[in-house]
Write a new protein. Structure first.
Length: 415
């Protein structure tokens, strides 16, 4: 599918519309068909629909489980076990009690794999702990000085860390939080949006979505960039070689700010991604990888506008990936939509068209909980290991009088 670059036009639609002919549109329709057929015990129909869905997205955990249920119901026990084996081989876990119809499939080997998938892998070094509730989402590091910038969603602030202490660099209006952060020279680019988790949020007020260009030394706003053509909810942001990119998880679009100035253009239009998140360019700056939380990773040729979805290696799923970063030719991915949370290294082909190998750097364990923002500095990955998203409800209210700290972690990426 050719995504192209589309100039923003006035769009009266406020809800996201998925193109029924896109990979995501066809996949969603087939997944619904398979689920309904399983519920109705129309096993042959469920098998056919799940098979078609898996051709589009082979690593979908939900559909692999539907496939196992459909085949078990149809009496195809060996095939059902193969679907369950594929699911577990990708590192996912499942509550056995939630799928009683799969009980006859479990054996000692599958049980062992399920247990192994829950076990921690690897470790990271905690380098910062911030006890006060802040809900850390975005992170940016100035490479030379090592100065850290963190967004605090609950407070509606962009912070600079001095001597291990969060100090406000810029405070946003009530109800507006800072999400993605990216540094380019002495400019800190900040993706902001209204949200219930931020203090002072009022759903009756018009939603705000802006990208701010802030002088990181003075904290002064140098420029503001908005797009009034559609209701927006900006999330991740990436400072590319020549252009700035920001994802809109509400509209399902990715916007581009050419030469870091002017008006936004739509790089990936509505209809092809359910919830675009992380963004990262290759070294040459002519390829962009975008993570869609609901359907995996997409490669965009920035010269032609062509977009292709990457296939997942057999040992992982690419769904549920949030942030992305690059280390050499490898992709580093924060995957917080698959439990236990994990940090992945994806070994890419030279042209970034295929993933040759996937490695789990860290999975689960103490301190890794709802990881979010990340940046590679030299041979080190600096990332928000514990964001505090698990310490607040949907309305931003604390779930405990003593929430755990926000933790920034470090992983050595050298072999």
């Amino acid at each position: 599918m050719a995504a192209g670059v589309m100039a923003c036009a006035v769009l009266p639609v406020s809800a996201q519309t998925v193109d029924p002919d896109s990979d995501l549109g066809r996949f969603r329709a087939l997944r619904i068909e398979a689920a309904r057929a399983v519920q109705a015990k129309e096993w042959d129909k469920a098998v056919a629909a799940s098979d078609e869905a898996l051709i589009i997205m082979p690593s979908s955990g939900a559909v692999l489980l539907l496939s196992a249920q459909a085949r078990a119901g149809a009496g195809k026990t060996a095939e059902a076990k193969a679907s369950l084996r594929d699911y577990l081989a990708r590192g996912m876990v499942v509550s056995k009690s939630s799928y009683p119809q799969l009980s006859p499939l479990w054996d000692a080997k599958l049980d062992q794999q399920l247990m192994a998938n829950s076990e921690p892998i690897g470790t990271f070094k905690p380098v910062q702990r911030h006890a006060a509730l802040s809900v850390a989402e975005g992170l940016a590091i100035e490479p030379k000085s090592g100065k850290t910038y963190l967004s605090a969603l609950s407070r509606g602030a962009v912070n600079v860390v001095n001597n291990g202490v969060l100090n406000p660099l810029y405070s946003l209006p009530d109800g507006v939080g800072a999400y993605g952060l990216a540094l380019r020279g002495d400019d800190l680019w900040v993706a902001t949006s209204s949200g219930a988790v931020t203090k002072g949020y009022d759903p009756a007020k018009p939603a705000v979505a802006e990208v701010l260009q802030i002088d990181r030394l003075s904290g002064q706003v140098k420029a503001r960039f908005t797009d009034e053509t559609a209701p927006r909810r900006f999330g991740d942001i990436f400072a590319g070689k020549t252009d700035l990119y920001v994802s809109d998880g509400q509209k399902g679009e990715v916007l581009r700010l050419n030469n870091y100035s002017g008006a936004f253009e739509v790089l990936i239009p509505e209809g092809y991604m359910g919830s675009p998140q992380g963004l990262v360019e290759n070294e040459a700056g002519n390829v962009l990888i975008v993570s869609d939380y609901s359907s995996g990773l997409y490669r965009i040729n920035l010269d032609s506008g062509d977009m292709d979805r990457l296939e997942a290696p057999a040992n992982i799923t690419l769904l549920g990936i949030d942030g992305l970063a690059r280390h050499g030719n490898d992709l580093i991915a924060v995957q917080n939509g698959i439990k236990p949370d994990r940090i992945l290294r994806l070994r890419m082909s030279a042209d970034w068209k295929t993933i040759s190998r996937a490695e789990t750097l860290v999975r689960g364990g103490e301190g890794l909980r709802e990881p979010t923002g990340l940046q590679v500095v030299g041979n080190k990955l600096i990332f928000i290991a514990r964001s505090q998203w698990s310490d607040v409800g949907a309305d931003g209210a604390p779930l405990s009088v003593t929430p755990g700290p926000a933790i920034v972690g470090e992983i050595d990426l050298r072999p």
